[in-house]
Design a protein around this ligand. Structure first.
Ligand SMILES: NC(=O)c1ccc[n+]([C@@H]2O[C@H](COP(=O)([O-])OP(=O)(O)OC[C@H]3O[C@@H](n4cnc5c(N)ncnc54)[C@H](OP(=O)(O)O)[C@@H]3O)[C@@H](O)[C@H]2O)c1
Length: 352
């Protein structure tokens, strides 16, 4: 097939958990692209992947793969992005990076199109950062409430899917599930751990039949890197550099779709009715909140969908300025690939 007249796009990390979903999204969205180049490590060079209904060969990452490229999406580990994104940018490519390498760089905008699209235009380093999946799974809903009520404080707990740790996370949960399926395990201390042995993959503890109060690496005073990302990135996206944010990140045995409980305190008194109106009409948000009918969002229904789903909307019992919410979003779609695709589409529109 001959490429169309649109900008040339490179997908770097096309074979990964995020890259795989990116190829689906590129095949589902309006096709604005000319050539699409698929890039990964030398391990994957020569593999063929389908995008826009066409088998496309994966090429190994090198300086030359960026020749003629207008926009590159980076879906690779932090250290790979840290090294290669500036190389691509120096060759005139606008990089939309999914890693954590540049998110807190003051010269790199951190963009969620529904919340702060305007910031994408100012990119002194030629790099735009995509927030982390946990922040992204809640921030569209919070941005809408903040625009009306003025956010003053956040207390968040996450229930994170294993695909947040990439393909290795998914493989690990599936293997552990096969080890515990059909057994009586989960009834005495350590029985799951003994069955799983050292097959814990990227997680510090067994994740099948378990919840693990840890995601990322150890930071100061017992906080995890994932918790610090949610705090720092929420502040940057919302333009609230001193927002008090308390986060606990927890891994659960779900393949894909992160969930969060959120306690959000605002400037003044809030009403549930108005909050529900805002959430029901905010772009990118679906209100799914009818506990009497047993309706609330869960990962099993949210996986594979684009919006941020919100349920269990309540006013805090002891604070009329605060709301309690349960938020759920696909960490590989809005939490990663979809948001990146939306940013790339914004940049492509500038170019046309
Ligand atoms: N998973 C999520 O929910 C999520 C959400 C938001 C952001 N992110 C971020 O997105 C990035 C990708 O995550 P992922 O979950 O998709 O990881 P993943 O499944 O491990 O995939 C990593 C990708 O990077 C490629 N890669 C690794 N080393 C490379 C190298 N030296 N040169 C070129 N390509 C290389 C891999 O290619 P090969 O297949 O050839 O090895 C693969 O395509 C990470 O920075 C992650 O933090 C992930």
């Amino acid at each position: 097939m001959t490429a169309g007249p649109g900008p040339t796009l490179a997908v770097v990390g096309a074979t990964g958990a995020v890259g795989t979903v990116m190829l689906q999204i590129l095949s589902q969205h309006a096709d604005i692209w000319g050539e699409i180049r698929l890039v990964a490590s030398p391990r994957s060079a020569g593999r063929k992947l389908a995008v826009r209904g066409e088998e496309t060969e994966v090429v190994a990452l090198s300086e030359e793969v960026f020749d003629g490229v207008d926009i590159a999406m980076f879906d690779v580990p932090d250290e790979v992005a840290a090294h290669w994104a500036p190389i691509a940018a120096a060759r005139g490519v606008v990089v939309v990076d999914n890693s954590a390498a540049f998110r807190m760089d003051p010269d790199v905008p951190l963009v969620v199109p529904e919340v702060n699209a305007h910031t994408a235009r100012v990119r002194p380093r030629g790099i735009i950062a995509n927030p982390n999946c946990t922040t992204l799974s809640m921030i569209v809903a919070l941005g809408a409430l903040h625009a009306e009520f003025g956010l003053r404080e956040l207390v968040v707990s996450s229930y994170q899917a294993v695909s947040g740790a990439g393909q290795a996370g998914v493989r690990t949960l599936r293997q552990q599930l096969s080890l515990v399926a059909g057994t009586e395990l989960g009834t005495s201390p350590g029985d799951v751990r003994r069955a799983v042995g050292d097959r814990t993959g990227p997680f510090p503890e067994p994740v099948a039949l378990n919840v693990v109060p840890w995601a990322g690496t150890l930071r100061e005073d017992g906080w995890s890197s994932e918790e610090m990302k949610v705090r720092d990135e929420s502040r940057k996206i919302l333009g609230l550099p001193r927002l008090p944010v308390a986060v606990t990140c927890v891994r659960v045995p779900v393949v894909t779709a992160h969930s969060l409980t959120v306690h959000a305190r605002f400037e003044d008194e809030v009403t549930v009715d108005r909050a529900r109106e805002i959430l029901a009409t905010a772009p990118g948000v679906v209100l799914c909140d009818d506990p009497a009918a047993g309706e609330f969002p869960t990962p099993a229904d949210v996986v594979g969908t684009d919006p941020t789903w919100v349920g269990r909307v309540r006013r805090a019992l002891d604070d009329p300025t605060a709301l309690e919410l349960f938020v759920c979003g696909d960490n590989l779609r809005k939490g990663a690939a979809l948001n990146t695709a939306q940013i790339a589409e914004l940049v492509a529109a500038e170019m046309s």
